[in-house]
Design a binder for this molecule. Structure first.
Ligand code: ATP
Ligand code: MG
Length: 588
């Protein structure tokens, strides 16, 4: 402590003490600390009765609320320990002793004082035994989390408004790590990063409370990814199949349909006993409202939870939101359920973390991100898993989204996240603007573990489509400037164009497994080559509707068993040929 003549103590109360009272305080302080004191009065209308005296890190709480709280704690402690006899006499005597012994206590171990506050970050002294990641409670009722332990102060991130927190405000330990209420009642609801409802539909009764950060399941608690998580998008399910428990990145520039892919996948889970969690990080509130509207309209909210930290929420709330969403997902996964979680998006998450870290004065590294930005996302995505049968067999499938700048996948955050996911769906602006939507770049996209999870039917139907498309792309480049092409080449090009056209799909329109199978089987058999390119979408619609009405049993069998035989294949091709003839007669 500094050696000055006079030490300053702060007195907080709603009415100014008179001179005699002030003298009393100074006398008390000088006697207690054995040095001269000066008293400064701070008006605080929140204190109804009594006062609060702050000396360095120590706080003497003589406010009505403070004393009431301490008294209540004491009574609870005392009654908890007492053996209650029949007549209750012992109970009363224990209470009496406690009341007699009771005095106001302050301990710098458990409490602290705010030194600085701003931008959602607080530094505080005291709180000597607080731990990293512990939740602390401010006088205003706002919660924060300890994020930095320094020798003489703590860095705390705030999960609420800093309006009522000022220099000198008190802060208290809770001895809890940050957690979030979880439970079945959250389905169909929109909550903030702390689990509070923000959809105006009233309180949510939680079944449990889970820490937002938990270690990922160990290797022995997992089993390989072997069940499909169908997106309903032909371009993805046929070539880049995703399995339950997988982490598949959706990456692309802004406005390339990233969110649309995640949303379609969520819509496609209807009736499949999958729970969806959509975590919005740094999105506009209006975009989130729009998404919720689409989910509601399609009757998909009842198996979905939205965790929203909007662009106007503080950096700490944005930072915590994906972990909170994951904690909610784990609750269901541990009950043996299959969960799909979308993080939209992790670029904004990294930016929020960078802002927070800079405000906490951590040293900036590459692109001004703090050194542990890789760990930020790896510890999040490691929590996706397909649990072993002993652990209930539940799964958590993650679809993180990352926004790139001008298609640059080699920037810092994109490369980090690519390296901790099991593949990526790469979306391209050029494709998107040319009308190829979803704008999946077939050459750059990959799914590393999903192949094992693809249904037999899909595997068989997809056949060589990836290879065919690769050939088509090469040929397209080669033949761009030549006018006289031989027939075989022309045919190849038309076939490729047709395939590309079939991969186009409207939003909110996921395809069923049998629809994808029939489309692929007939397309790869080359029977659509006669149909002009601009009529292909129309033909597919006609063909699928015809199959659904004429061959309902076959469709249902493929859908339910996830398989089809070689005879089925031949039959589908024959049938489809017939539809091509009908279509050409009718339309051309
Ligand atoms: P942002 O970078 O702003 O988050 P994003 O990459 O998530 O954008 P979306 O919001 O999903 O992109 O889509 C951008 C626009 O393209 C939206 O207006 C959406 O309706 C439209 N769109 C997306 N997918 C398709 C599709 N398959 N067919 C037609 N329009 C689509
Ligand atoms: Mg988006």
């Amino acid at each position: 402590m500094e050696m000055t003549d006079k030490n300053v103590a702060f007195l907080y109360s709603s009415v100014c003490p008179d001179d005699r009272q002030k003298e009393g305080f100074v006398e008390f302080l000088e006697k207690k600390y054995n040095k001269p004191f000066e008293l400064e009065w701070v008006e605080d209308q929140n204190i109804l009765k009594g006062f609060k005296l702050v000396v360095d890190d120590e706080v003497y709480d003589w406010t009505l609320e403070g004393r009431y709280q301490q008294f209540k704690d004491m009574i609870e402690n005392a009654t908890g320990k007492a053996h209650i006899t029949d007549d209750g006499s012992q109970y009363i005597s224990t209470m009496k002793t406690s009341v007699d012994d009771w005095s106001v206590k302050v301990s710098p171990e458990e409490e602290g004082v705010v030194k600085t506050v701003g931008d959602g970050i607080v530094t505080a002294s005291g709180l000597d035994s607080a731990q990293y990641g512990e939740v602390v409670l401010f006088e205003s009722g706002v919660k924060g989390m300890v994020q930095d332990l320094r020798p003489d102060e703590l860095g705390i991130i705030l999960f609420g408004s800093d309006k009522e927190i000022t220099e000198g405000s008190r802060v208290r330990r809770t001895k809890k790590t940050a957690g979030i209420p979880v439970g079945d009642n959250f389905l169909g609801r929109v909550v903030d990063a702390l689990g509070n409802p923000i959809d105006g539909l009233g309180e949510i009764e939680a079944d449990d409370y889970r820490p937002v950060e938990t270690p990922a399941p160990g290797i022995l608690d997992r089993q390989p990814v072997n069940e499909p998580m169908n997106t309903g998008l032909l371009a993805i399910d046929s070539m880049f199949p995703i399995g339950r428990g997988q982490r598949e990145l959706i990456i692309g520039d802004r406005q390339t349909g990233k969110t649309a892919i995640a949303l379609d996948t969520m819509l496609n889970q209807k009736g499949k006993d999958v729970i969806c969690i959509y975590v919005a990080i740094g999105q506009k509130a209006s975009s989130i409202a729009h998404l919720v509207g689409t989910l509601r309209k399609n009757d998909a909210m009842k198996y979905t939870i939205i965790v929203a930290a909007t662009a106007s929420d503080s950096a700490p709330l944005q930072y915590i939101s994906p972990y909170a969403g994951t904690a909610m997902g784990e609750y269901f996964m541990n009950k043996g359920k299959d969960v799909l979680i979308v993080y939209d998006d992790l670029s904004k998450h990294a930016i929020a973390y960078r802002a927070m870290s800079l405000l906490l004065e951590r040293s900036p590294g590459r692109e001004a991100y703090p050194g542990d930005v890789f760990y930020l996302h790896s510890r999040l995505l490691e929590r996706s898993a397909h649990l072993s049968s002993e652990k209930g067999g539940g799964s958590l499938t993650a679809l993180p989204i990352v926004e790139t700048q001008a298609g640059d996948v080699s920037a810092y955050i994109p490369t980090n996240i690519i390296s901790i996911t099991d593949g990526q769906i790469f979306l391209e602006s050029d494709l998107f603007f040319s009308g190829q939507r979803p704008a999946v770049n077939v050459g750059l996209s990959v799914s590393r573990v999903g192949g094992a999870a693809q249904t037999k039917a899909m595997k068989k139907a997809a056949g060589s489509i990836r290879l065919d498309l690769a050939q088509y792309r090469e040929m397209e480049v080669f033949t761009q400037f030549s006018s006289d092409l031989d027939d075989a080449t022309k045919r190849q090009l038309t076939y490729g164009q047709g395939l590309m056209r079939l991969l186009r799909q409207n939003q909110n329109n996921p395809l069923k497994l049998y629809e994808q199978v029939i489309t692929l089987v007939s397309a790869t058999a080359g029977i659509m080559i006669e149909i002009p390119i601009e009529k292909i979408t129309e033909f597919r619609k006609f063909m699928l509707e015809s199959f659904a009405s004429d061959e309902a049993a076959l469709c249902r069998r493929i859908e339910e068993t996830g398989k089809f035989s070689d005879d089925d294949k031949d039959y589908i091709i024959e049938k489809a040929k017939g539809y091509v003839d009908t279509f050409i007669k009718k339309n051309l």
